[in-house]
Design a binder for this molecule. Structure first.
Ligand code: HEC
Length: 209
């Protein structure tokens, strides 16, 4: 078997959670082939890398904007930059990447129906106090989804924390005017915030034995 770049790296990371059961499987000749183990491991690794890079780029820019312009300036910056920045990172890998949540701030981040399903599954795990791990799922014959949980960290609370406690008052004002429908408030350190949602093109020829 041809060893795909990165598979070995991934296998050392452990906690492989793969499921291909997001939709009832179509039957007959149209049914897509389930992901092979090599494909699943490959997309798990690619997804992890892309989500990690996106997180690092986004949070370092956010911190720089916070330091330079304070929370209100950083919010304005986020509003303009977050989604286009993610798009440009993903384009290089012919993928799409976005963040989504059951409690959204920007209406553009609202989940599609598959993301909604995935979010609900993660929410159920949170309720059962289970550990959250990334997942690879087949969307259809040509598309693979990668989801990774996003957790709230102390540096997020200035803009996603509890009013009168951890939420920064200047940020709170700026958020109220920029996002009148904001649901992404009231979080505590360690809370589950949402998902990285990445879609890759599936090319089974890449994995010919
Ligand atoms: C300076 C304020 C600020 C900080 C700090 C901040 N965020 Fe946000 N966050 C925002 C804004 C503003 C948006 C909406 C961005 C947009 O309009 O695209 C947002 C959107 C998001 C989204 C996208 C989903 C949605 O609700 O629209 C996620 C997920 C998210 N933040 C998680 C985090 C996490 C995790 C941290 C800490 C690592 C964090 N944020 C820190 C201001 C902040």
């Amino acid at each position: 078997m041809r060893i795909v770049n990165g598979v070995i790296l991934f296998l050392t990371l452990g906690s492989l959670a793969i499921s291909c059961d997001s939709k009832p499987a179509p039957t007959g000749a149209d049914a897509p082939q389930p992901l092979t183990e090599a494909e699943a491991a490959y997309f798990q690794e690619q997804g992890q890398r892309l989500a990690q890079t996106a997180f690092e780029v986004l949070s370092s820019r956010l911190q720089a904007a916070m330091a330079q312009d304070g929370p209100a300036g950083a919010i304005a910056y986020c509003q303009v930059v977050a989604n286009p920045l993610l798009d440009s990172l993903a384009q290089a890998r012919q993928a799409t990447i976005r963040r989504t949540s059951l409690k959204i701030r920007n209406p553009l981040d609202a989940p599609d129906s598959l993301e909604q399903q995935a979010l609900q599954q993660y929410a159920d795990r949170v309720d059962r106090q289970e550990a959250l791990a990334p997942e690879v799922k087949l969307v259809d014959g040509q598309t693979v989804a990668y989801y990774a949980p996003i957790k709230v960290q102390p540096q997020c609370l200035a803009c996603h924390g509890e009013s009168g406690k951890t939420l920064n008052p200047v940020a709170e004002n700026a958020l109220r005017s920029a996002y009148p429908e904001d649901q992404a408030l009231g979080y505590r350190d360690g809370d589950w915030r949402g998902l990285w949602s990445i879609r890759f093109i599936r090319d089974p020829k890449q994995f010919v034995q």
